[in-house]
Write a protein that binds this ligand. Sequence first.
Ligand code: XIL
Length: 541
Amino acid sequence: MSRLRRALLTGALAVLPAAAVLLPAVPAHASDTLRAHAEARGKFIGTALATSPLAGESAYRTIAASEFNQITAENAMKWDATEPSQNQFTFTAADQIVAFAEANDQQVHGHTLVWHSQTPNWVQNLSAADLRSAMQNHIARVAGRYASNPVVKSWDVVNEVFDDNGAMRNSFWYQKLGDGYIADAFRYARAADPDAELCINDYNVEGVNAKSTAMYNLVRTLKAQGVPIDCVGLQSHLAIQYGFPGQVQENIQRFADLGVNVRITEIDIRMQMPRDATKDATQAAYYTNMVKACLAVARCTGITIWGFTDKYSWVPDTFPGQGAALIYDESYDEKPAYTAVHDALAGGPPVDPTPPSTPGRPAASAITATGATLTWTASTDNVGVTGYDVYRGTTKLGSSTANSVTLTGLTPETAYTVHVVARDAAGNTSTASETATFTTTAGSGGGCTPAYRVVNSWPGGFQGEVKITCSDPVTSWRVTLTYPESVRITQNWSSALSSSGTAHTFSNAAWNGSIPAGGSTTFGFIGSWNGTGTPPAPVIS
Ligand code: XIL
């Protein structure tokens, strides 16, 4: 039932005889709006808005205003809309969205400052130096315009910087500026609006997979470098025929554990047309899962649906044969997906305000060159302790669900002063335990093994590759290849190179320094030398 019809029905009940209204009581919350429930949970529930129905259709405006407390402009704040020609800014459409949000007490998420798509050709044709200053100017003018507006609270600073396999997308931004454009964009955005929450946004990063792991590693690196990044956006353009992504809550949690907020930025859940009741039910279950995954993590701030009515959705145009991805149908009637979002926001346990008690001081044992076991007195909690995190200063070294953890990947002959923090299911964290200090023994760390191979060779040249596999996690790596004769490295990728005589030292690039336990990474290069036949074999160290 639509909100409008519900209002009418509520009015109609008032004129019925008193006995007729003594029917089974509808729970007080059942007729509440999505935004009322979200507000009660301290989250936002939002929608993307298109400017033409916003101007032209009152049913569109009524639902947008009453059901949602957060708005994203579907297109109005993109580069092609705001700066179609260089330094000619138009904010008519963007301002309409912001004015609507102001009138309806809604927060606005700015979308998006730097993207490879919906960006005019004049931008793409600039030289590297001009491109960087055009980016700075665009961010300064667009984010700067709304910096003092209290409803515009956040920005997608960069959008879709990854390929599906987790490599950097080979966009014109990357080709001209290298991956440094991402950090630059965040710094420019912080300068333009010091109070806005600054986000990186992408699709197919909802569950734990290669692409979300690449995003995780990038966010961790940016944080370590002091780049002002505050938030991660999981677009969540899902399709019921592809199944629900794996480990969504775990994925949200791992980003939260890096100290950034997470938001579901563009959810829609499409199906092969025609629509039927079975597909609607699957879609509703997927919406439930996504909302619940966000509600379960304290740092997940809310959910934005990419539109709300199937009457206006990008899906049929973009994915031929598919549609019906939203929570209202073309006639503005609520679908099972609406009820799913509503009930997930309304239901669940009440917010738990009580953090776990402080864990005991950890005791270190089984200390090796790269590891140690820590054990401490368990915390208690009114609901239940869900886990512990072990920190050295602000760096998390390990996590565990029990009151003991084995740390790996430590540096030999190093003093570690550590403390433990307990957490519960609501995301509350205890105060820090007292610290304990232990020193790792001497020995080689990381347990990394480089595997060298010649991928291809030709007279006087070859393509080489090194795959580094580590038994313990590392956050940086370095491999030196010393050749028996003069070899020149003419090109290298996924690494930084420093050569001295016959020794060539490759170290990690900004984005691939972190290798998890049991993980690996690969870099490659082109070598040339004066000989023919089999390329010379290096000594690897
Ligand atoms: C889409 C809009 O919905 C369409 O109207 C437009 O034609 C193309 O862009 N990821 C994003 C959004 O970050 O900006 C896209 O929006 C959908 C995919």
